[in-house]
Write a protein that binds this ligand. Structure first.
Ligand code: NI
Length: 171
């Protein structure tokens, strides 16, 4: 699948909850994973491929052998703060430090539609927040100062005029 690139307006749309997890949803999840691993990235939200369902796939493991499916994900509780360097497959070439919740308890449905919980900190917690942001039409650069964002906007506009840019590890 094609990953939408900033500033595509569809990246700003809010996704809708998945009502039923069926074979079509599972096939879509497989396509999301394939797209994420090929990019390569550590997370991908349905929003990034122009789909308006609340579906996220994540794999923050170095070997790419820890796939996680989050359907209708919600952060139930959180503690602390952290700062991680983040990138995004929809904003290639931009890496910035972002302040986020440090530890989160997440509720979601798995690929069979079964509810589950997990606790995360560090990179996984940051990635979950980054991807849920996508489902709400938010991008990681929205968390930066106005000055930083303007600097990035200028650089991206310049690069768009030149045409093309190389993607890096991102979600
Ligand atoms: Ni992203």
């Amino acid at each position: 699948m094609e990953i939408l690139q900033y500033p595509d307006a569809r990246l700003r749309e809010r996704a809708e909850p998945v009502a039923a997890v069926d074979a079509a949803v599972r096939a879509f999840i497989d396509d999301l994973f394939e797209t994420m691993y090929a990019a390569p990235g550590i997370g991908l939200a349905a929003t990034q491929v122009g789909d308006r369902r609340r579906i996220v796939v994540i794999d923050v493991s170095p070997e790419g052998d820890d796939p996680r499916v989050l359907i209708n994900p919600e952060i139930e509780s959180a503690a602390g703060e952290q700062v991680q360097e983040e990138g995004c497959l929809s904003i290639p070439g931009v890496q910035e430090r972002v302040r986020r919740l440090g530890e989160v308890r997440v509720h979601a449905l798995d690929r069979d539609g079964a509810p589950y919980h997990f606790e995360a900190d560090g990179l996984l917690a940051a990635c979950v927040q980054h991807e849920i942001d996508h489902l709400d039409g938010r991008l990681f650069i929205d968390h930066l100062s106005l000055l930083k964002r303007q600097r990035i906007e200028k650089r991206l506009a310049r690069e768009r005029r030149k045409g093309g840019d190389e993607g890096r590890k991102a979600g």
